[in-house]
Design a protein around this ligand. Structure first.
Ligand code: ZN
Length: 146
């Protein structure tokens, strides 16, 4: 379970709707308690210009900044979000590969991957996923908005 406060959700929704028809992406900062709690979101630049409709590559500088500011607040990067313009809020094979690369690089599989479906520029659906390393696939994670 991941707790997503309404005001943070609102910022994420605004970002991904503005990004349409490209993918918008960003970083989730919060507390790694059980359940996880998002405190703040950071917009990231999508460096993938050629396929910005269905790919994203977050600017590492944006991730580094979020990590620094999270540490200053006694928090951590707990996940990432990105949108699927005119596609369901389910992870693609590309999303799975990216998540596996992160754990293969030695990061613990703690991250939540929020995927937001945006249809015709309007918010349609949101899901959260966590990587199950032993099974090599994503598991659905409940989102609680408060
Ligand atoms: Zn995706």
């Amino acid at each position: 379970m991941i707790i997503l406060p309404k005001e943070v959700a609102g910022e994420i929704y605004a970002h991904v709707q503005e990004s349409y028809p490209c993918e918008g992406c960003g970083i989730l900062v919060g507390a790694l308690a059980d359940p996880k709690k998002v405190v703040k979101s950071y917009r990231a630049v999508n460096l993938n210009q050629e396929r910005a409709q269905d790919r994203y590559l977050m600017d590492p500088a944006d991730i580094a900044r979020a990590e620094r500011e999270a540490a200053d607040m006694g928090l951590a990067v707990i996940g990432f979000y990105h949108s699927h313009p005119d596609h369901p809020a389910d992870p693609s094979q590309f999303d799975l590969r990216q998540a596996k690369q992160i754990t293969d690089a030695g990061w613990p599989p703690i991250y939540s991957y929020l995927i937001i479906a945006v249809h015709n520029g309007r918010l349609e659906d949101i899901n959260s996923w966590v990587l199950n390393v032993s099974q090599g696939e994503f598991e659905h994670e409940d989102i609680k908005t408060d």
